[in-house]
Design a protein around this ligand. Sequence first.
Ligand SMILES: *Cc1c(COP(=O)(O)O)cnc(C)c1O
Length: 362
Amino acid sequence: MQHAVVDGKLSGDGQFTQKCHALLENQLGVGKALLTTSCTHALEMAAILLEIKPGDEVIIPSFTFVSAANAFVLRGARPVFADIRADTLNLDETKLEELITSRTKAIVVVHYAGVGCEMDAILEIAGRHGVPVVEDNAHGLLGKYKERYLGTMGCLATLSFHETKNFTCGEGGALLINDPRYVERAEIIREKGTQRSRFFRGEVDKYTWMDIGSSYLPSEILAAFLYAQLEAREVIQSTRKRIWEYYHEHLKDWARDRNVQLPAVPSHCEQPYHMFYLLVSSLAERQALIAHLSACEINSVFHYLPLHLSSMGRGFAGKEGDCPVTEDVSDRLVRLPFYNELTEADQTRVVAALKDFKRISG
Ligand SMILES: *Cc1c(COP(=O)(O)O)cnc(C)c1O
Protein backbone atom coordinates (compact mmCIF):
# COMPACT_ATOMS: atom_id res chain seq x y z
CA MET A 1 0.00 0.00 0.00
CA GLN A 2 2.66 2.43 1.12
CA HIS A 3 4.86 1.38 -1.79
CA ALA A 4 2.18 2.19 -4.32
CA VAL A 5 2.06 5.73 -3.00
CA VAL A 6 5.82 6.12 -2.55
CA ASP A 7 6.44 5.09 -6.12
CA GLY A 8 4.35 8.04 -7.18
CA LYS A 9 2.23 6.16 -9.69
CA LEU A 10 -1.38 6.00 -8.67
CA SER A 11 -3.08 5.43 -11.99
CA GLY A 12 -3.49 1.95 -13.40
CA ASP A 13 -1.14 -0.63 -14.88
CA GLY A 14 1.86 0.15 -12.69
CA GLN A 15 4.00 -2.43 -10.95
CA PHE A 16 1.30 -3.70 -8.57
CA THR A 17 -1.14 -4.28 -11.38
CA GLN A 18 1.60 -6.14 -13.25
CA LYS A 19 2.32 -8.22 -10.16
CA CYS A 20 -1.36 -9.14 -9.82
CA HIS A 21 -1.49 -10.08 -13.50
CA ALA A 22 1.61 -12.27 -13.21
CA LEU A 23 0.41 -13.92 -10.02
CA LEU A 24 -2.99 -14.78 -11.51
CA GLU A 25 -1.46 -15.96 -14.79
CA ASN A 26 1.10 -18.17 -13.06
CA GLN A 27 -1.21 -19.57 -10.41
CA LEU A 28 -4.07 -20.37 -12.77
CA GLY A 29 -2.05 -21.01 -15.90
CA VAL A 30 -4.10 -18.59 -18.00
CA GLY A 31 -2.61 -16.79 -20.96
CA LYS A 32 -3.67 -13.31 -19.93
CA ALA A 33 -5.20 -11.77 -16.82
CA LEU A 34 -6.27 -8.12 -16.80
CA LEU A 35 -7.38 -6.37 -13.64
CA THR A 36 -10.59 -4.45 -14.06
CA THR A 37 -12.58 -2.06 -11.94
CA SER A 38 -15.14 -4.79 -11.19
CA CYS A 39 -16.38 -8.20 -12.26
CA THR A 40 -19.30 -6.35 -13.82
CA HIS A 41 -16.89 -4.39 -16.01
CA ALA A 42 -14.99 -7.56 -16.92
CA LEU A 43 -18.32 -9.02 -18.06
CA GLU A 44 -18.98 -5.88 -20.10
CA MET A 45 -15.58 -6.31 -21.73
CA ALA A 46 -16.47 -9.93 -22.50
CA ALA A 47 -19.69 -8.83 -24.18
CA ILE A 48 -17.78 -6.32 -26.34
CA LEU A 49 -15.08 -8.87 -27.21
CA LEU A 50 -17.71 -11.40 -28.29
CA GLU A 51 -19.23 -8.71 -30.49
CA ILE A 52 -22.67 -9.06 -28.99
CA LYS A 53 -25.19 -7.08 -31.01
CA PRO A 54 -28.88 -6.17 -30.81
CA GLY A 55 -30.97 -9.25 -31.50
CA ASP A 56 -28.37 -11.70 -30.22
CA GLU A 57 -29.32 -14.13 -27.48
CA VAL A 58 -27.15 -14.93 -24.49
CA ILE A 59 -27.92 -17.85 -22.18
CA ILE A 60 -27.53 -16.95 -18.51
CA PRO A 61 -28.65 -18.74 -15.36
CA SER A 62 -31.63 -17.00 -13.79
CA PHE A 63 -30.16 -17.74 -10.38
CA THR A 64 -27.29 -15.27 -10.39
CA PHE A 65 -26.20 -11.71 -9.84
CA VAL A 66 -27.66 -9.15 -12.19
CA SER A 67 -24.34 -8.19 -13.82
CA ALA A 68 -24.10 -11.30 -15.96
CA ALA A 69 -27.34 -10.27 -17.66
CA ASN A 70 -26.77 -6.53 -17.74
CA ALA A 71 -23.35 -6.70 -19.37
CA PHE A 72 -24.88 -8.38 -22.42
CA VAL A 73 -28.14 -6.46 -22.37
CA LEU A 74 -26.08 -3.25 -22.57
CA ARG A 75 -24.94 -4.42 -26.01
CA GLY A 76 -28.50 -5.11 -27.09
CA ALA A 77 -28.67 -8.82 -26.37
CA ARG A 78 -31.74 -10.65 -25.17
CA PRO A 79 -31.02 -12.77 -22.09
CA VAL A 80 -32.35 -16.32 -22.24
CA PHE A 81 -32.64 -17.65 -18.73
CA ALA A 82 -31.47 -21.12 -17.86
CA ASP A 83 -32.57 -23.07 -14.82
CA ILE A 84 -30.19 -24.60 -12.27
CA ARG A 85 -29.50 -28.01 -10.80
CA ALA A 86 -31.13 -28.66 -7.44
CA ASP A 87 -27.88 -29.98 -5.90
CA THR A 88 -25.08 -27.52 -6.76
CA LEU A 89 -27.37 -24.65 -7.84
CA ASN A 90 -25.29 -24.38 -11.01
CA LEU A 91 -26.67 -24.06 -14.54
CA ASP A 92 -28.43 -27.32 -15.40
CA GLU A 93 -26.40 -28.69 -18.28
CA THR A 94 -29.15 -31.18 -19.15
CA LYS A 95 -31.47 -28.27 -20.03
CA LEU A 96 -28.90 -26.18 -21.85
CA GLU A 97 -29.13 -27.47 -25.39
CA GLU A 98 -32.86 -26.82 -25.74
CA LEU A 99 -32.20 -23.10 -25.12
CA ILE A 100 -29.73 -22.72 -27.98
CA THR A 101 -31.00 -21.12 -31.18
CA SER A 102 -29.33 -19.72 -34.28
CA ARG A 103 -29.21 -16.37 -32.47
CA THR A 104 -27.33 -17.67 -29.40
CA LYS A 105 -24.00 -15.83 -29.25
CA ALA A 106 -22.74 -16.73 -25.78
CA ILE A 107 -23.37 -18.97 -22.80
CA VAL A 108 -22.51 -17.51 -19.40
CA VAL A 109 -21.96 -20.00 -16.60
CA VAL A 110 -21.60 -19.10 -12.94
CA HIS A 111 -19.72 -21.40 -10.60
CA TYR A 112 -22.09 -20.90 -7.71
CA ALA A 113 -20.34 -20.75 -4.33
CA GLY A 114 -17.16 -21.60 -6.24
CA VAL A 115 -18.34 -25.14 -7.00
CA GLY A 116 -17.66 -25.92 -10.62
CA CYS A 117 -20.44 -26.24 -13.20
CA GLU A 118 -20.47 -29.47 -15.22
CA MET A 119 -17.99 -28.00 -17.67
CA ASP A 120 -17.32 -31.14 -19.72
CA ALA A 121 -20.97 -31.36 -20.74
CA ILE A 122 -21.37 -27.60 -21.14
CA LEU A 123 -18.25 -27.19 -23.30
CA GLU A 124 -19.25 -30.16 -25.41
CA ILE A 125 -22.71 -28.73 -26.13
CA ALA A 126 -21.37 -25.21 -26.69
CA GLY A 127 -18.60 -26.49 -28.94
CA ARG A 128 -21.01 -28.48 -31.06
CA HIS A 129 -23.07 -25.32 -31.64
CA GLY A 130 -20.05 -23.04 -32.02
CA VAL A 131 -21.12 -20.84 -29.10
CA PRO A 132 -18.44 -19.32 -26.83
CA VAL A 133 -18.64 -19.92 -23.08
CA VAL A 134 -17.89 -17.19 -20.54
CA GLU A 135 -17.26 -18.24 -16.95
CA ASP A 136 -18.47 -15.78 -14.33
CA ASN A 137 -16.07 -16.93 -11.64
CA ALA A 138 -16.84 -14.19 -9.13
CA HIS A 139 -17.15 -16.83 -6.39
CA GLY A 140 -14.60 -19.33 -7.44
CA LEU A 141 -11.01 -18.07 -7.67
CA LEU A 142 -8.75 -21.07 -6.84
CA GLY A 143 -11.64 -23.54 -7.10
CA LYS A 144 -11.16 -26.48 -9.44
CA TYR A 145 -13.25 -28.73 -11.67
CA LYS A 146 -11.56 -32.04 -12.49
CA GLU A 147 -8.11 -30.66 -11.60
CA ARG A 148 -8.62 -27.58 -13.79
CA TYR A 149 -8.88 -24.16 -12.20
CA LEU A 150 -12.23 -22.47 -12.58
CA GLY A 151 -11.87 -19.57 -14.97
CA THR A 152 -9.54 -21.44 -17.32
CA MET A 153 -12.12 -23.35 -19.36
CA GLY A 154 -14.29 -20.76 -21.12
CA CYS A 155 -12.78 -18.54 -23.81
CA LEU A 156 -13.16 -15.70 -21.30
CA ALA A 157 -13.73 -15.66 -17.57
CA THR A 158 -14.26 -13.00 -14.94
CA LEU A 159 -13.29 -12.58 -11.29
CA SER A 160 -14.59 -10.26 -8.61
CA PHE A 161 -12.59 -8.59 -5.88
CA HIS A 162 -15.61 -6.94 -4.33
CA GLU A 163 -15.60 -6.70 -0.55
CA THR A 164 -17.92 -9.71 -0.27
CA LYS A 165 -15.52 -12.09 -2.08
CA ASN A 166 -12.61 -14.18 -0.75
CA PHE A 167 -9.99 -11.72 -2.01
CA THR A 168 -10.84 -8.08 -2.14
CA CYS A 169 -9.69 -4.55 -2.82
CA GLY A 170 -13.11 -3.08 -2.02
CA GLU A 171 -14.26 -2.92 -5.62
CA GLY A 172 -12.37 -4.73 -8.35
CA GLY A 173 -12.30 -7.60 -10.77
CA ALA A 174 -10.37 -9.26 -13.54
CA LEU A 175 -10.85 -10.58 -17.03
CA LEU A 176 -9.11 -13.89 -17.73
CA ILE A 177 -8.43 -14.53 -21.41
CA ASN A 178 -8.00 -18.16 -22.39
CA ASP A 179 -8.35 -17.62 -26.12
CA PRO A 180 -5.33 -15.55 -27.25
CA ARG A 181 -7.33 -14.06 -30.14
CA TYR A 182 -8.99 -11.71 -27.66
CA VAL A 183 -5.88 -10.35 -25.93
CA GLU A 184 -4.96 -7.43 -28.15
CA ARG A 185 -8.48 -6.10 -28.44
CA ALA A 186 -9.12 -6.58 -24.71
CA GLU A 187 -6.19 -4.30 -23.90
CA ILE A 188 -7.57 -1.67 -26.25
CA ILE A 189 -11.13 -1.84 -24.90
CA ARG A 190 -9.81 -1.57 -21.34
CA GLU A 191 -7.79 1.57 -22.19
CA LYS A 192 -10.52 3.81 -23.60
CA GLY A 193 -10.41 2.23 -27.02
CA THR A 194 -6.72 3.07 -27.52
CA GLN A 195 -3.51 1.05 -27.75
CA ARG A 196 -2.11 2.90 -24.74
CA SER A 197 -1.05 -0.43 -23.17
CA ARG A 198 1.24 -1.13 -26.12
CA PHE A 199 2.48 2.46 -26.05
CA PHE A 200 3.50 2.06 -22.38
CA ARG A 201 5.37 -1.11 -23.26
CA GLY A 202 7.21 0.81 -25.95
CA GLU A 203 5.71 -1.30 -28.74
CA VAL A 204 4.19 1.67 -30.60
CA ASP A 205 5.34 5.29 -30.60
CA LYS A 206 1.91 6.88 -30.16
CA TYR A 207 -1.55 5.82 -29.19
CA THR A 208 -4.82 6.79 -30.75
CA TRP A 209 -8.50 5.93 -30.93
CA MET A 210 -8.81 2.44 -32.38
CA ASP A 211 -12.05 0.90 -31.13
CA ILE A 212 -14.90 1.32 -28.70
CA GLY A 213 -13.82 1.04 -25.10
CA SER A 214 -13.92 2.55 -21.68
CA SER A 215 -11.74 2.98 -18.63
CA TYR A 216 -11.79 -0.47 -17.11
CA LEU A 217 -8.46 -0.44 -15.27
CA PRO A 218 -8.23 0.03 -11.51
CA SER A 219 -5.81 2.42 -9.83
CA GLU A 220 -2.49 1.20 -8.45
CA ILE A 221 -3.78 1.87 -4.95
CA LEU A 222 -6.37 -0.87 -5.38
CA ALA A 223 -3.92 -3.15 -7.15
CA ALA A 224 -1.46 -2.83 -4.25
CA PHE A 225 -4.18 -3.68 -1.77
CA LEU A 226 -5.25 -6.62 -3.88
CA TYR A 227 -1.71 -7.89 -4.35
CA ALA A 228 -1.27 -8.13 -0.59
CA GLN A 229 -4.46 -10.20 -0.43
CA LEU A 230 -3.41 -12.46 -3.27
CA GLU A 231 0.01 -12.98 -1.71
CA ALA A 232 -1.75 -14.13 1.46
CA ARG A 233 -3.93 -16.54 -0.48
CA GLU A 234 -2.86 -19.65 1.40
CA VAL A 235 -3.60 -18.14 4.79
CA ILE A 236 -6.91 -16.71 3.59
CA GLN A 237 -7.99 -19.99 2.03
CA SER A 238 -7.02 -22.08 5.03
CA THR A 239 -9.00 -19.72 7.26
CA ARG A 240 -12.02 -20.04 5.01
CA LYS A 241 -11.67 -23.80 4.84
CA ARG A 242 -11.70 -23.94 8.63
CA ILE A 243 -14.84 -21.76 8.77
CA TRP A 244 -16.64 -23.83 6.15
CA GLU A 245 -15.71 -27.13 7.75
CA TYR A 246 -16.74 -25.96 11.19
CA TYR A 247 -20.21 -25.16 9.92
CA HIS A 248 -20.43 -28.41 8.02
CA GLU A 249 -19.21 -30.54 10.90
CA HIS A 250 -21.48 -28.92 13.46
CA LEU A 251 -24.59 -28.71 11.29
CA LYS A 252 -24.66 -31.93 9.28
CA ASP A 253 -26.62 -34.05 11.78
CA TRP A 254 -28.96 -31.19 12.60
CA ALA A 255 -29.52 -30.57 8.88
CA ARG A 256 -30.31 -34.21 8.21
CA ASP A 257 -32.77 -34.37 11.12
CA ARG A 258 -34.43 -31.12 10.11
CA ASN A 259 -34.48 -31.78 6.39
CA VAL A 260 -32.25 -28.80 5.68
CA GLN A 261 -30.07 -29.07 2.56
CA LEU A 262 -26.39 -28.14 2.95
CA PRO A 263 -24.05 -27.18 0.08
CA ALA A 264 -23.23 -30.07 -2.25
CA VAL A 265 -19.65 -30.35 -3.49
CA PRO A 266 -19.21 -33.14 -6.06
CA SER A 267 -16.07 -35.20 -5.51
CA HIS A 268 -14.56 -33.97 -8.80
CA CYS A 269 -14.79 -30.35 -7.64
CA GLU A 270 -12.48 -28.51 -5.24
CA GLN A 271 -14.30 -25.58 -3.74
CA PRO A 272 -12.61 -22.35 -2.65
CA TYR A 273 -14.83 -22.00 0.47
CA HIS A 274 -16.67 -18.91 -0.68
CA MET A 275 -19.93 -19.32 1.22
CA PHE A 276 -21.99 -21.58 3.43
CA TYR A 277 -25.70 -21.71 2.79
CA LEU A 278 -28.73 -23.63 4.01
CA LEU A 279 -31.82 -24.54 2.04
CA VAL A 280 -34.77 -24.65 4.41
CA SER A 281 -38.21 -25.99 3.59
CA SER A 282 -40.15 -22.87 2.63
CA LEU A 283 -40.15 -19.11 2.25
CA ALA A 284 -42.05 -18.77 5.54
CA GLU A 285 -39.49 -20.88 7.33
CA ARG A 286 -36.66 -18.85 5.87
CA GLN A 287 -38.23 -15.59 6.96
CA ALA A 288 -38.74 -16.97 10.46
CA LEU A 289 -35.16 -18.24 10.58
CA ILE A 290 -33.65 -14.94 9.45
CA ALA A 291 -35.78 -13.13 12.05
CA HIS A 292 -34.73 -15.59 14.74
CA LEU A 293 -31.04 -15.17 13.89
CA SER A 294 -31.46 -11.43 13.78
CA ALA A 295 -32.99 -11.52 17.29
CA CYS A 296 -29.79 -13.36 18.31
CA GLU A 297 -27.81 -10.52 16.68
CA ILE A 298 -26.67 -12.75 13.83
CA ASN A 299 -26.88 -11.31 10.36
CA SER A 300 -27.90 -13.85 7.72
CA VAL A 301 -28.83 -12.97 4.17
CA PHE A 302 -30.47 -14.49 1.14
CA HIS A 303 -30.10 -14.20 -2.62
CA TYR A 304 -30.75 -14.32 -5.59
CA LEU A 305 -34.14 -13.13 -6.72
CA PRO A 306 -34.72 -14.96 -10.01
CA LEU A 307 -33.60 -12.71 -12.84
CA HIS A 308 -36.40 -13.92 -15.12
CA LEU A 309 -39.01 -12.64 -12.63
CA SER A 310 -37.36 -9.24 -12.04
CA SER A 311 -38.97 -6.26 -13.72
CA MET A 312 -36.25 -6.29 -16.37
CA GLY A 313 -36.51 -10.06 -16.76
CA ARG A 314 -40.27 -9.84 -17.27
CA GLY A 315 -39.58 -7.25 -19.94
CA PHE A 316 -37.73 -10.04 -21.73
CA ALA A 317 -40.82 -12.26 -21.42
CA GLY A 318 -39.76 -13.97 -18.19
CA LYS A 319 -42.68 -15.51 -16.30
CA GLU A 320 -43.48 -17.84 -13.41
CA GLY A 321 -42.66 -21.44 -14.13
CA ASP A 322 -39.86 -20.72 -16.63
CA CYS A 323 -37.13 -21.84 -14.20
CA PRO A 324 -38.83 -23.90 -11.50
CA VAL A 325 -35.71 -24.91 -9.56
CA THR A 326 -34.49 -21.31 -9.45
CA GLU A 327 -37.89 -20.12 -8.23
CA ASP A 328 -37.95 -22.73 -5.51
CA VAL A 329 -34.34 -22.34 -4.32
CA SER A 330 -34.53 -18.57 -4.36
CA ASP A 331 -37.28 -18.71 -1.71
CA ARG A 332 -35.47 -21.12 0.58
CA LEU A 333 -31.78 -20.20 0.63
CA VAL A 334 -30.07 -18.57 3.63
CA ARG A 335 -26.40 -17.64 3.80
CA LEU A 336 -24.66 -17.89 7.15
CA PRO A 337 -22.11 -15.27 8.26
CA PHE A 338 -18.86 -16.05 6.44
CA TYR A 339 -15.89 -13.72 6.41
CA ASN A 340 -12.21 -14.10 7.11
CA GLU A 341 -12.39 -12.54 10.58
CA LEU A 342 -15.19 -14.83 11.80
CA THR A 343 -14.01 -16.54 15.00
CA GLU A 344 -14.86 -19.98 16.31
CA ALA A 345 -16.73 -18.29 19.16
CA ASP A 346 -18.87 -16.47 16.56
CA GLN A 347 -19.53 -19.73 14.78
CA THR A 348 -20.42 -21.51 18.01
CA ARG A 349 -23.04 -18.84 18.58
CA VAL A 350 -24.43 -19.19 15.05
CA VAL A 351 -24.70 -22.96 15.38
CA ALA A 352 -26.36 -22.69 18.81
CA ALA A 353 -28.86 -20.16 17.48
CA LEU A 354 -29.72 -22.42 14.54
CA LYS A 355 -30.25 -25.42 16.82
CA ASP A 356 -32.44 -23.27 19.02
CA PHE A 357 -34.72 -22.39 16.10
CA LYS A 358 -38.14 -24.01 16.29
CA ARG A 359 -39.20 -24.97 12.84
CA ILE A 360 -42.51 -23.53 11.86
CA SER A 361 -43.51 -25.67 8.93
CA GLY A 362 -43.20 -29.23 7.75
C1 LIG B 1 -20.17 -10.32 -6.94
C2 LIG B 1 -20.65 -10.91 -8.22
C3 LIG B 1 -20.59 -10.21 -9.44
C4 LIG B 1 -20.26 -8.76 -9.53
O1 LIG B 1 -19.02 -8.45 -9.04
P1 LIG B 1 -18.58 -6.91 -8.97
O2 LIG B 1 -17.09 -7.04 -8.82
O3 LIG B 1 -19.24 -6.34 -7.77
O4 LIG B 1 -18.98 -6.25 -10.23
C5 LIG B 1 -20.94 -10.85 -10.61
N1 LIG B 1 -21.36 -12.12 -10.60
C6 LIG B 1 -21.45 -12.83 -9.45
C7 LIG B 1 -21.90 -14.24 -9.51
C8 LIG B 1 -21.12 -12.23 -8.23
O5 LIG B 1 -21.24 -12.93 -7.10
